[in-house]
Ligand binder design. Sequence first.
Ligand code: HEM
Length: 467
Amino acid sequence: AERGWPELHRIPHPPRRLPLLGDVLGIDRHRPLQDSLRHARALGPIFRRRVFGNEFVLVWGARLVADLADESRFAKHVGLGVANLRPVAGDGLFTAYNHEPNWQLAHDVLAPGFSREAMEGYHGMMLSVAGRLTDHWDRRLAAGRTVDVPGDMTRLTLETIARTGFGHDFGSFERDRPHPFVTAMVGTLGYAQRLNTVPVPLAPLLLRTATRRNAADMACLNRTVDELVAARRRSGAGEGDLLDRMLATAHPVTGERLSPQNVRKQVITFLVAGHETTSGALSFALYYLARHPEIAARARAEVDRVWGDTPHPRYDQVARLRYVRRVLDESLRLWPTAPAFAREAREDTVLAAEHPMRRGAWALVLTPMLHRAPEVWGPDPERFDPDRFTPAAVRARPPHTFKPFGTGARACIGRQFALHEATLVLGLLLRRYELHADPGYRLTVTERLTLMPEGLRLRLERRHRPP
Ligand code: HEM
């Protein structure tokens, strides 16, 4: 950062710095994001950290983030955790550099897979996967057992993206343990996170066992994906899903197609990005619903009103669950499950008329802190209150203050997909069960680049109401 930020000395940093180690003393190595949140609270809207000789600038003040969202002066930066995923996801959509031609190509070819018409087409499959979840939960309930929320939300969201995007069935609900693809994914995400907490030249040494493990995990991801693609090539085109687009659709203007190497990276990208963060978002929402019975009751009343007794709510009936959607937004405010994104200067510029940046200099946006900025969210930002997202409240806030899906051209392509899936599932679960948290449970958030409530289990009660 020294080179890119000429007036770095004006940006505060934590005390007690060591020449070599930087700020790593007292660091929570397994929870780097929550560690940064602690520093953010103490140091204010922009600060820096030094980790093994590398200096990073972190930003969360609303005015600063709004300026970083200016696409004419800033763009996505592929750094830290995202850069560490390059060996896994290569020039796939999420990890591609802005200048790589495969980004625009894949974006243009795949974007129609996220149109409203495409979403309507996925709705029936989403409903059927959700039915497997409620069957599973009914069985747990009948056996007098609690349910494993993060585990089951991961089963659900993996099956949803696999089914809708790739015509594939991982059989997650028929397994006691996570599918090997999930275990390998969790391994590579955790490894990409750990790479940030050791000095780069020493990584092969310090993380020797982990590096070997990571190679095996990557091989597992590649193998899974290669088999899935080979099966599709054998069976011929599906019903125009994401995989068909990746394999067969030419760019509308240039006529170009994705190369086989790039397809492999895209399939991994979509299978991972398409389920891991939605799973966390659903898990946090269920945590808050179980913790706030009065909010759950209001959401449940809405579902009963909008859906009635229909066993198969229609696509448009999901969009009409406004309050359920606010519960989801409010969960993503407190725990945006992809908790940071990085922005770099396209040219020499001055951030918020205050901090000069050279071309290529970058900063990490800490979304969970932006989402708690008191000047935006008021004096009690930790309070869970879905009414922060009524249309009037949203209109009253400045733009770029709620960013769980990132910003600009590189913002999340799967946003509507995730929101539709999660709202549908919350609606189905609220209508079917009362959710009870273990009163002794204290929210603990695990990190593997993404966030997840650790060890959350719920006790269910079947509502005496059809269907
Ligand atoms: C990008 C969050 C669901 C696919 C992003 C980014 C964020 C994000 C913050 C921008 C990252 C950056 O700037 O570096 C989330 C959250 C989700 C979610 C919180 C769920 C609640 C999904 C789903 C899919 C998906 C369901 C696919 C079906 C992608 C892809 C990108 C992306 C491909 C890269 C887009 C590009 O650079 O062109 N997501 N996402 N995400 N997301 Fe999501």
